[in-house]
Design a protein around this ligand. Structure first.
Ligand SMILES: Cc1cc2nc3c(=O)[nH]c(=O)nc-3n(C[C@H](O)[C@H](O)[C@H](O)COP(=O)(O)OP(=O)(O)OC[C@H]3O[C@@H](n4cnc5c(N)ncnc54)[C@H](O)[C@@H]3O)c2cc1C
Ligand code: SF4
Length: 526
């Protein structure tokens, strides 16, 4: 059957954008279907009534910035839009340490195998560190904590996908005025500006200082002819002859319009939750990919994300909404603290977070746990609250990676199957308690007062920004959904290239590892 495309890529985050570019560079006709919008700085959500919410239940009505899923014991945050998680991420691009790959990964994937690909991504995304003349208050607090605790040798600047100019500093007249952002054309022909510390990294950089996928890999793919279609939500994949039929809903003027395209190859790159859900539906609901491995949905990890809070008596000692959201890393990936492996990063949050919370509370949240979490957060970030001098410590680490994604029917809507996560905190408590203790030590070492997130204190419920797994790499269908080259067992020319294939926690931030895997796999696709 003649097809208009050689490959359909589903999703445009780290896996999808890189696959789209590299396959287009091989001369393939590439179609990218992305459920979210193509965002321009003038459209980033800012007011409570703006498009903050992406709702899985009502995508025609809510197709905004952030998709938050509230499962029992775990909230997962993920982006929607052309560029995927690079739109909302804090730009921290860390390599996993070599020992991560020694257990639970196919033998072909080692640190030295991935290293050239890490380097390629670092070059293409122009990684930098914050200049000495621009250190944020949070960076200084984290550095002081490390020094006071005797951990200076574990402390470093985080590699960031952000463009800095040495000309900028806090002493400038009106430092946050966009006139101080230096405009330039990047190596991919895209207009960008340099960072002026607006602190909006997670909600869209107003001056385009973030070196996200939307200013490097995606434009490169499009320059090579890739057709990138935003607001196309893929629903089903079905083998047909030597090709695959991909069925989607196009979101247009508040309506869903059914469509389909066919190609010889399909790359799933819809992220840990998105890809796993799509394949679960194809196996168990539509029954179009019945031979998928029984391990589908398994080995899901939250990368042990653990957020806690520190309040300081002096508001100016934190300035939580100023500067790159994260700028430093304290590294315990060698397991020298309580035998657990983790990192701690200084985490800011934008002033406008309150607007996002309000939008979710007004429109998006159905579960009591979700409402509780956001109500508590609202309390902490209100302008008039005495808790406003607040710092977040973000931890990531090696959890048990034993979550399971599956489809369930809701008792009040038995005709509909929804994605569900089975997650028990029990087996991951060691690393979580270690991070909690370290956060407390760091807070007390800098004169702050530690505060656990109420959802953790009361319910042992977590929030993750780093969902991984669900379609783990393995050596056979008995222990994985794909092989080390992202090839789905049992289906020729069907690939998964995103965080879903990562079979263990990456411990450090995952996007750089997902990107390196995407470079490696794309090099082999023919
Ligand atoms: C607030 C926040 C901050 C973060 N900060 C960092 C950080 O500093 N460093 C770091 O390493 N990581 C960070 N992360 C995590 C990082 O963003 C993810 O690990 C990464 O984006 C995962 O890449 P991926 O390719 O697996 O999926 P994604 O980047 O999530 O891309 C998946 C894409 O597929 C689309 N999609 C999903 N389902 C469908 C469908 N059915 N049809 C069509 N399209 C679909 C989605 O809209 C999305 O664009 C952060 C995440 C968040 C939410
Ligand atoms: S701190 Fe502001 S200017 Fe700098 S990258 Fe983040 S959003 Fe952009």
């Amino acid at each position: 059957m003649p097809t208009s495309f050689d490959v359909i890529v589903i999703g445009s985050g780290f896996g999808g954008a890189i696959a789209a570019r590299r396959l287009a560079e091989k001369g393939m006709r590439v179609l990218v279907l992305e459920r979210g919008r193509r965002w321009e700085p003038s459209q980033y959500p800012r007011k409570p009534t703006d498009a903050w919410i992406y709702s899985d239940d009502e995508p025609a009505r809510h197709n905004g910035w952030l998709d938050m899923r509230f499962f029992r014991g775990m909230t997962v945050a993920q982006a929607a839009g052309v560029g995927g998680g690079s739109l909302t991420y804090s730009s921290v691009a860390t390599e996993a340490s070599p020992d991560v790959f020694t257990q639970g990964w196919p033998a072909e994937i080692t640190y030295s195998e991935l290293k050239p690909h890490y380097d390629t991504v670092a070059r293409e995304m122009n990684l930098q560190v914050i200049p000495d003349g621009q250190l944020t208050q949070r960076f200084l607090l984290a550095r002081e904590a490390a020094k006071n605790l005797g951990y200076s040798d574990r402390f470093s600047k985080a590699p960031l996908a952000v463009s800095f100019s040495d000309d900028w500093n806090y002493q400038l007249d009106d430092p946050f005025n966009p006139k101080h952002s230096r405009e330039f054309v990047n190596a991919h022909g895209q207009r960008q500006g340099t960072c002026i510390h607006l602190g909006n990294c997670d909600i869209g950089c107003d001056v385009r200082a973030k070196n996200g996928l939307d200013v490097n890999y995606i434009p490169r793919a499009e320059q090579r002819g890739a057709d990138v279609r935003p607001l196309h939500l893929v629903r089903q994949i079905e083998p047909t002859g030597n090709a695959y039929r991909v069925v989607f809903d196009r979101i247009e003027k508040g309506r869903l319009i059914r469509g389909e395209e066919t190609a010889e190859r399909v790359v799933l790159a819809a992220g840990s939750l998105g890809t796993t859900e799509l394949l679960l539906r194809c196996r168990d609901q539509h029954r179009t990919l019945r031979a998928l491995s029984p391990t589908l949905g398994r080995r899901w990890s939250a990368n042990a994300n653990f957020i806690s809070m520190a309040t300081y008596p002096d508001k100016d000692s934190v300035r939580q909404s100023t500067g790159p959201t994260i700028a430093s890393v304290l590294d315990f990936t060698d397991g020298k603290f309580r035998d657990e492996r983790f990192v701690v990063e200084d985490d800011g949050f934008p002033n406008l977070l309150l607007a996002a919370i309000k939008a979710y509370l007004d429109n998006g949240i159905r579960t009591p746990a979700g409402r509780h979490l956001l109500k508590e957060l609202e309390e902490y970030v209100r302008d008039d609250t005495p808790l406003r001098s607040l710092l977040l410590w973000l931890g990531a680490g090696k959890d048990a990676g034993d979550g399971q994604l599956r489809l369930r029917r809701r008792w009040f809507m038995p005709w509909k199957r929804v994605l569900n996560l089975l997650w028990e905190v029990e087996n991951s408590k060691g690393v979580l308690y270690a991070m909690e203790a370290m956060h407390q030590n760091m807070t007390e070492a800098t004169g702050g007062r530690p505060r656990a997130l109420p959802t953790w204190r009361l319910f042992k419920s977590l929030v993750t920004l780093h969902p991984l797994g669900g379609c783990p790499m393995g050596v056979s269908p008995d222990n994985g959904v794909v092989d080390h080259l992202g090839r789905v067992f049992g289906y020729r020319n069907l690939f998964v290239i995103d965080g879903a294939i990562v079979p263990t926690p990456t411990v450090r931030n995952p996007s750089h590892t997902i990107a390196a895997l995407a470079e490696r796999i794309s090099a082999h696709v023919s």
